[in-house]
Each structure stands twice: as C-alpha cells, then as structure tokens.
Write a protein that binds this ligand. Structure first.
Ligand code: NGO
Length: 513
C-alpha cells in the first residue's frame, strides 16, 4: 500500500486491511472503499451518555489504541455536535444483532459501533481493533497511517456458547497467566472460560468447609511430575470472575467426579470406602479413582463443594465432570449422578458434564459436553432428542492439548494430531449423528495441562488453533472457507508477535515476513 503524505520515517507498511479481515468472520460485510476512516491525534472516543458499561468499554478501547498511535484518544460522552471520532452507542442496533452482536459503520467522518447490549459493544470493539493495521498491537509509538476500511458490518454469533477450558489441576496456572489468556480469548469473541479445578493430581480451589483440600491437595509437589503446585483462593477466584466478566466472559467452574478425585481422597481419608487416605499421584494415568458411592459423607462433601462453588460463581453453569469413571460401576455412576445433579439445581446452577453424564438420562437442561473422537454417540443423540443442548468439544478437533504433528514438543496424541486445518474443517452443527444445529449449545476448546508448565506453553498450543474454533462458534456456516480463514489467520501472526504471544508457526499458513 502506498501511504502518501507520510514522512519517510513511517513504520513498516503492512497490506491494507479489508473490512472482512476479521476472525471470527463477521456475518454480514458491505465494504465501501470510498469511506475509509483515519485515526488522528484529534480522534475522540465517544460513548453512550450515562452508561457505565459503554464508558468502561471506551476506556478499554482507548487503552488498546494509545500505545501504538501515541494519540490521546479522550473518552467523552457522545453529544450531538462533534468532531470525527469513534462512537460506542447502546441501542438502535439492527434487531438481528441480538444480545451479543453489533453493527459497525465506518465512514470518513467516523466509526460508529451500535449494539443492544454492552457485550455486543465489546464484540464490536474487538472487530475494530482487528481492522486497524497489525502495528496497532505495538507497545511503542509507530509513525504510520491508522486507517479503518470503510463500509458496514452487521455481526452476531451462530452459537451462544463459545468456550475455552484451562486445566489447572495437572499444572496450576497462576491468576496472571489465566488473565493473559482471557485477554486473548476476548479478542476472538470467546464468551466462556471453563476452569478444570480438580483432578487426580491436584485440587485447585479453596473450600472453607473442607479446609485442607486446597492447601494440601493443591500444595507444593502436587501436579504432574510434582511440578504444578498452587491453588486459587476464593479471593483469587472472585477476582478472576470479575476480570473475565469485564471482558464479557463467563467462568464455568468444574469439579470432576465421581472419578478423577485422587487429590481429594489423598487429603481426606473419609472420602475412601476403606477410610484410608490414598497416596497423592503425579503420573498421568486416568480412570483409577472413585469417590465412595455408598457412603453418606461423600454427599456431604459434594454438597459442601457445590454450595461454596455456586456461591462464588455468578454465571449460570457448574460443571461436575463425570468423565472416565472407570473405577465406578455403571450402577454406582447412575446412583451418584442422580444424587448430585439435583444438588447443582438446588444451588441455582445448570449442570454441565462430560458426555458420559448422558448415560443417566439427566434433565434436559443438563449440558453434556461431547469429547469423543467419532461422529456417533447414542447416549448423546438420545439426550439431544430429549431436548438437551450439547456442547461440542470433539477431542480429535477441539482439544488444544493434542500435538500439531509428530514433532510438536508439547502435548498428547491419543486423539491424533490436530493441525490448524483439522481444527477448522468440521461443522459443529453437523458433526455428531442426531445432534443437529438446533441441539448444539456451542463449541469449546479444552486445553489439558499434563505437558504444559508456562503461559508460553499454553499459548503455543492454543495459537493458532483457538481462533479456528472461535470462528466455528461465532461465524455463520456460510462464511466457512479455509482459503479465506488461513489468510486472515496469517495476519494474526504479526499481532501475536507484537503482543509477545507465543504461537506455533504452522506450515499450513503463509505467515507474513
Ligand atoms: C480426556 C480426559 C482428561 C485428559 C484429557 C487429555 C477428558 C474429558 N478426560 O478428556 O483427563 O486430561 O483427555 O487430552
């Protein structure tokens, strides 16, 4: 692109953005090349008067754009008479934008984002951010033109639930690491963060009525290879929930049971049928542990945990795991779930479970999370037929902990290798027999931590596959196109570099430079 009128010292020139150069792909795009908008030192960010949410989102946008532009970008209430600027307005958006969508108009005189809700406004801000040149992600002033391509986007999600899961049990990840991940998730319009808070190797959330659970079950030496110690205090958790909520992300906590419970059973002897505490485990075997199904103390424990977790979780969902309970008989599994599912409802939450939960014919409002590797599962199909919504996380497509290929240093490979294209080329609304579009709650990308230690590790496995899954969750089926996606993805590379986000340079993508 020729940048006329700029000094010779202008920064690196990247290709001009097109209005459709966004991940996830917007639902409706109408470009108008004559209507490009240019950010200037005089641009104001004008927000819906008297709206705290709009003001907060305005400041978020200003904080995002100031470092690279060096412009002051004051955030002021929107008034009738004004200079060119970016307006963030609530109300009067096209009805089809719903509760999470937005409408973005780019004209020479300004950018206007309208949405019916703050969540929609925030989504529109993420789109605007991606429409600016990649240099906008720099943490120092870049001397260059800041052009937003002209036209109109009307955008809204295909599925209401777009999630990512972090496993804190196998290796604890600190609140700061989780927040850094949340910041990235928000940019791709992910709206749920599922935290896997307990497993055989660790218990990662403070529970007051069982006070030794977290300090001992999540203490030093817990985790895979004894290297993943740590836990969230209630204050940490509450702060994380707030941080995520400010980015329109709802936290979904998971306590895995009746299997994957060795950590709890190693701390409290009474959770074992023989009354003897099991030794802590740091290996990655699965399917050997089970709470004691016939003992009343088990249900006291489970109810205490659910009650405390529900009380600190404003979101509507609570995940009770239920996967790989190989040490529990089918009969015991049903007994357990039939007592525990009502407890989740008792404390005002809607249960999620890994797809095994579908075996017990749970109420239709329980959400089975499909993690299988085939396109058939009779129990899940029956649940869908009874009216359940299914969350789609097929392990051979959506598991971010699978290796990209045989050379990937991190990750597992039990569900196969997952290159970027594999993560992208499937249709959540038509993947599982008997589970059609209308039965799908959404898509979630789980990231299990057996092999992960650092934030760098998390990022390397998540990027660039997470944006592929985000697009499957948000964008209409009609926009699905690998050629287009892979080009748009390539352009994310320089942004990650500037934000110091680690990522896998997949040979399937023509990364610039
Ligand atoms: C499985 C298993 C987890 C592992 C993960 C590793 C589910 C739902 N249970 O997924 O315990 O960590 O695979 O990929």
């Amino acid at each position: 692109m020729l940048l006329t009128g700029l000094p010779a010292t202008a920064g690196p020139v990247t290709a001009a953005r097109q209005l459709s150069d966004v991940i996830p792909a917007p639902a409706e795009v109408k470009a108008n090349p004559k209507a490009d908008f240019r950010l200037t030192p005089f641009t104001q960010i004008r927000t819906q008067p008297h709206s705290k949410d709009a003001t907060r989102i305005g400041h978020y946008l200003a904080r995002t754009l100031r470092p690279a532009t060096g412009y002051p970008l004051p955030v002021v209430p929107a008034r009738r008479q004004h200079l060119p600027g970016i307006s963030l307005l609530l109300g009067k958006a096209a009805p089809r934008t719903g509760t999470e969508g937005y409408q973005l108009d780019v004209a020479r005189s300004g950018v206007t984002i309208r949405a019916n809700t703050p969540a929609g406004l925030f989504a529109g801000v993420q789109t605007l951010r991606q429409l600016l040149p990649a240099d906008i992600e720099a943490d120092r002033v870049q001397r260059r033109a800041w052009t937003v391509p002209g036209g109109r986007i009307v955008d809204y999600p295909r599925f209401g639930y777009r999630g990512a899961m972090l496993d804190l049990a196998r290796h604890f990840h600190t609140p700061d690491e989780i927040k850094a991940y949340v910041d990235e998730l928000a940019q791709y319009k992910i709206n749920h963060l599922h935290l896997h808070l307990s497993d055989d190797q660790g218990w990662r959330i403070q529970i007051d009525s069982w006070p030794r659970l977290a300090p001992e079950g999540g203490g030093p030496g817990t985790g895979v290879d004894g290297e993943g110690g740590g836990y969230l205090t209630k204050a940490d958790y509450t702060d994380l929930v707030r941080y995520a909520a400010e980015r329109y992300i709802t936290v979904v906590p998971e306590i895995d049971m009746p299997g994957h419970t060795n950590a709890a059973q190693s701390v409290y002897a009474e959770l074992n049928c023989d009354g003897v505490a099991v030794p802590p485990r740091t290996d990655i075997e699965v399917g050997y542990s089970s709470l004691c199904i016939d003992s009343e103390i088990t249900y006291t424990f489970v109810e205490d945990v659910i009650r405390e977790l529900a009380a600190m979780t404003p979101g509507p969902y609570l995940h009770i795991g239920g996967d790989e309970a190989h040490a529990t008989t089918d009969e015991d599994y049903a007994t357990f779930m039939n007592r525990v599912l009502p407890l989740v409802y008792k404390y005002g939450k809607r249960p999620f479970g890994w797809n095994e939960v579908a075996k017990v014919d749970p109420p239709a409002s329980t959400v089975p999370q499909y993690w299988g590797t085939t396109t058939q599962n009779a129990d899940v199909a029956e649940a869908a037929a009874r009216g359940s919504k299914i969350l789609m996380s097929p392990a051979n497509k959506a598991y971010l902990d699978m290796k990209y290929d045989a050379n990937t240093p991190l990750g597992l490979q039990w569900a196969g290798f997952i290159e970027v294209r594999d993560a992208y080329e499937w249709d959540p609304g038509n993947h599982l027999d008997g589970v059609g579009e209308e039965s799908v709650l959404g898509v979630e990308a789980p990231l299990w931590s057996e092999t992960l230690r650092t934030l760098d590790d998390i990022e390397f496995m998540a990027f660039p596959r997470l944006p592929a899954l985000a697009e499957l969750g948000w964008s209409p089926r009609a926009t699905h196109d690998w050629g287009s996606f892979s080009q748009r993805l390539a352009e994310q590379g320089p942004r990650w570099q500037l934000r110091e986000v680690n990522f896998y340079r997949s040979p399937q993508i023509a990364w610039p430079g």
